[in-house]
Design a protein around this ligand. Structure first.
Ligand SMILES: [Zn+2]
Length: 83
């Protein structure tokens, strides 16, 4: 069977090995760092060589939007998403 292409291969969850900047919460009263040992969503960006890291709270709307987009792609092709 041919290998299925992985379109999300650059989107990963990593455990921070050191303190990281949360790209969603860089300023204001919600500003915070991602502490060492905490899981974070890591997404590449064209803006810098370093991918952006997001805390779980910030990752939720990003993943929700991706989920909705996947559903719309299934619908546009007349396909049923996996349960
Ligand atoms: Zn955050």
């Amino acid at each position: 069977m041919p290998k299925v292409r992985d379109i999300l291969n650059q989107i990963i969850v990593e455990e921070a090995q050191r303190e990281r900047i949360c790209r969603r919460h860089t300023s204001g009263k919600s500003a915070h760092k991602i502490v060492k040992g905490r899981a974070c969503l890591v997404i590449p960006t064209n803006a810098t060589d370093d991918p952006y890291s997001y805390c779980a709270e910030a990752a939720k709307p990003i993943l929700d939007a991706a989920w909705a987009k996947l559903h719309s792609l299934y619908n546009a092709l007349g396909l049923t998403p996996p349960a």
